[in-house]
Ligand binder design. Structure first.
Ligand SMILES: NC(=O)c1ccc[n+]([C@@H]2O[C@H](COP(=O)([O-])OP(=O)(O)OC[C@H]3O[C@@H](n4cnc5c(N)ncnc54)[C@H](O)[C@@H]3O)[C@@H](O)[C@H]2O)c1
Length: 394
């Protein structure tokens, strides 16, 4: 069987997760090249995974004749540059979440991009997304959106239950939250494109949009899209009460980005979704989706879930063994992840992308989901600023 030849742009956190998923799908993929901002890092990465070619730049990697698919594992503010170049070179694209954002690229003198008008950001974001869509169409390339939660076993089972029941989803409630990213780029809008809502909220927003798309596709032959957005964002670690506390257990060094968000989405069929995403949630990462359907209800406790429960009187008992992302302590009762990559859908995602590339079928998570997710998020920023419901036209 012909193998898919992948070139990785980026050798950080997401690139490592993708390598684990490629290794689980070895029969489909061959990783032929890698590049990173600092070539030494790309070299170390290539040695660790046995990747034959290290490129000095993204241009060299994208135009490399061996590369069929470009895997975008760079920070979000570099996504569009890689996508546009890959499309121009006729290369198919796997892209990490979120698709892109607005980073104040055209406002070089402004320090705190997070303080500029969100209506303006929404308009600029729309133009950027249109430009990407046109480039993909002109390049005739496939785009696979690496929204792993779409492929998590819990969401896959929820889809089977929905299909079997013939029900429609009346309301979704979803969340991704934890106690704050440790990545320095996440502190400023200029490098992150937003706070908790963009960085983490793109996952639960992606899932609720996907579920309504799926419902529409299986029962009516076309996706049910988001119609409008009403939202509120907050800066809870900047409140006086919080600042007065002597010890902080959560990240408190945000510059011009929010640490709390709540988004209410209304769909074309007047059903609803409520999505929370915040950086003020202690006790480990939460990835939760609840679906109230016309004939039943479904809870997807992706993380934490109680597949494994462990108790230790003090943190040191479990030594170096990994328990779960972002827990503050390993002592007391914990919910250790037995197979995090599988639970979060990374392996299944790569398999779907392989089949999309080899069998000419659309991926479950493709460009329309990437586009709708980021437009909902920036509409939410605009709504929060204006206090108004923002209508979307897909
Ligand atoms: N799906 C998930 O669960 C998940 C988890 C983490 C990150 N992400 C996403 O993955 C993306 C990358 O995040 P990360 O945490 O891996 O970041 P990271 O900082 O760990 O790694 C980024 C990599 O990109 C490289 N890079 C940066 N600028 C570059 C350039 N101009 N040319 C070539 N390489 C360049 C860096 O050298 C580094 O290797 C982000 O969009 C993030 O939202 C997704």
């Amino acid at each position: 069987m012909r193998k898919i030849k992948v070139g990785l742009v980026g050798s950080g956190f997401a690139a490592n997760i993708h390598m684990t998923a490629y290794n689980e799908n070895r029969e489909f993929f061959e990783i032929v090249a890698v590049t990173a901002k600092h070539v030494e890092n790309a070299k170390k990465f290539a040695e660790r995974y046995g990747i034959p070619v290290v490129c000095e730049s993204m241009d060299e990697l994208i135009s490399h004749p061996e590369v069929d698919v470009v895997d975008v594992c760079v920070p979000t503010n570099v996504h569009d540059e890689v996508i546009l170049k890959a499309a121009e070179n006729g290369k198919d694209i796997i892209c990490e979440k979120p698709l892109t954002g607005y980073f104040g690229e055209d406002l070089v003198d402004v320090d705190e991009i997070g303080k500029i008008e969100k209506k303006l950001m929404f308009e600029k974001l729309k133009s950027k997304v249109e430009k990407i869509e046109t480039a993909l169409e002109n390049g005739g390339v496939k785009f696979m959106y690496a929204e792993n939660l779409v492929y998590s076993p819990a969401v896959t089972k929820a889809k089977k239950l929905l299909k079997a029941s013939g029900a429609f989803i009346m309301e979704l409630r979803a969340e991704e939250s934890h106690s704050g990213s440790h990545a320095s780029y996440s502190r400023r809008w200029r490098t992150s494109g937003g706070g908790s809502l963009l960085r983490m909220g793109s996952h639960p927003i992606g899932v609720v949009l996907h579920m309504k798309h799926y419902e529409g596709r299986i029962f009516h032959g076309k996706p049910i899209r988001a119609k409008s957005v009403l939202a509120e964002i907050g800066y809870l670690t900047r409140t006086d009460k919080f600042k007065k506390e002597k010890k902080h257990y959560m990240v408190d060094t945000w510059k011009d980005v929010e640490d709390w968000s709540c988004v209410l989405i209304t769909f074309e069929d007047d059903t609803k979704a409520v999505v929370f995403s915040n950086d003020i949630s202690l006790g480990g990462v939460k990835n939760l989706v609840q679906m109230n359907t016309s004939k039943g209800m479904i809870y997807c406790n992706i993380t934490p879930n109680n597949t494994v429960l462990a108790y230790a009187p003090e943190s040191s008992v479990w030594g170096e063994e990994y328990i779960a992302e972002k827990i503050e302590t390993k002592s007391g009762w914990t919910f250790p992840f037995p197979d995090e990559e599988w639970l979060r859908g990374y392996h299944q995602e790569m398999r779907d992308f392989a089949l999309a590339l080899l069998e000419e079928k659309p991926p479950e998570s493709g460009f329309q989901l990437a586009k709708e997710t980021v437009l909902v998020i920036y509409a939410a920023y605009y709504s929060s600023e204006s206090g108004k419901r923002i209508n979307l036209n897909f």
